[in-house]
Design a binder for this molecule. Structure first.
Ligand SMILES: NC(=O)c1ccc[n+]([C@@H]2O[C@H](COP(=O)([O-])OP(=O)(O)OC[C@H]3O[C@@H](n4cnc5c(N)ncnc54)[C@H](OP(=O)(O)O)[C@@H]3O)[C@@H](O)[C@H]2O)c1
Length: 260
């Protein structure tokens, strides 16, 4: 029941039609008996700064959840960052403190690794190819290394971003082999699509599926559609597949806990 005491959490996306987090977030709040509610808002990138400034001014805003394409810009608008957000320069949640200041966090990666483990996949020894170097991929790369991955290749359309992310991660995990490289998926135990490819009909596949080793694990961050063209093609080739929805399923409790 929404009342004058309810704490509000907007989710900023552009476009916003694909988002699934609000239903899961609100169900978790209900489960925990928290008087907090989320609704999605479609915010154009050129309006993000003034939108965040407006919500900062509102006393009953608990925080803001951030998704594509705003994660890097949102990080720049925070007064401080904590956890993975400090390293990867992107955040997917902002907590509004009592004094109106903003604390940025990043739970995409923790959610991804928790999702893998929940499905029975322990990533520690996986030779891993991560495709993408945006907000979600950055968080996933950080969390995989924290979970014990020792061999990580990052491939991205804009190569400079893959190199930048690899450099950031090397500084935090000097014992691991981390490099920017090609998206050829042959020879890896785990291949993660950390890009937005697969969200829209007609998108290219993020990797050449003919080069996937049968038996490797192919994972998605894209959660809509449930089975992306990559997962369908990988399954047909004899790979194990891991859906994007597992990442948000396991992340929602972390987001609620950060704001409550
Ligand atoms: N399952 C979950 O819980 C969860 C959580 C967060 C995000 N996501 C999903 O993750 C995806 C990425 O989100 P994000 O926040 O990381 O976005 P982002 O920061 O804007 O990054 C987008 C990434 O996709 C790449 N990309 C976009 N279009 C491409 C194309 N046509 N060809 C090749 N690469 C392309 C970008 O490459 P460039 O650097 O070259 O532009 C970049 O690496 C979205 O589908 C989002 O819904 C899922």
């Amino acid at each position: 029941m929404i009342s004058g005491k309810t704490r509000f959490v907007p989710l900023f996306a552009h476009p916003a039609r694909h988002v699934r987090t609000p239903a899961l977030f609100n169900a978790e709040c209900q489960l925990q008996g928290l008087d907090m509610v989320m609704a999605p808002l479609d915010v154009r990138p050129d309006m993000l700064d003034q939108t965040v400034a407006s919500f900062r001014a509102m006393e009953n805003v608990a925080g803001m959840v951030i998704t594509i394409p705003h994660k890097a810009s949102a990080a720049r608008l925070c007064d401080r960052k904590v956890g993975a957000a400090t390293l990867v320069g992107a955040c997917n949640i902002i907590r509004r403190e009592a004094d109106g200041s903003l604390t940025g966090g990043m739970f995409d990666g923790e959610g991804f690794v928790a999702g893998l483990r929940h499905q029975g996949h322990e990533p520690a020894d996986f030779r891993t190819l991560l495709v993408g170097a945006g907000g979600a991929a950055s968080g996933v790369g950080h969390a995989l290394l924290q979970a014990g991955v020792k061999d990580l290749t990052i491939a991205n359309r804009s190569r400079d971003k893959a190199e930048h992310l690899a450099m950031q991660l090397v500084s935090a995990f000097p014992a691991a082999r981390i490099a920017a490289g090609s998206p050829d998926p042959a020879g890896y135990d785990l291949i993660v699509n950390g890009t937005a490819l697969g969200m829209h009909e007609g998108d290219a596949l993020p990797v050449d599926v003919e080069r996937l080793d049968p038996g490797s694990l192919v994972a998605e961050v894209v959660m809509q559609p449930d089975m992306t063209p990559l997962l369908i093609a990988a399954e047909a080739r004899g790979c194990r597949v891991h859906k994007g929805i597992h990442m948000i399923d396991q992340q929602v409790r972390l987001l609620v806990d950060f704001l409550k």
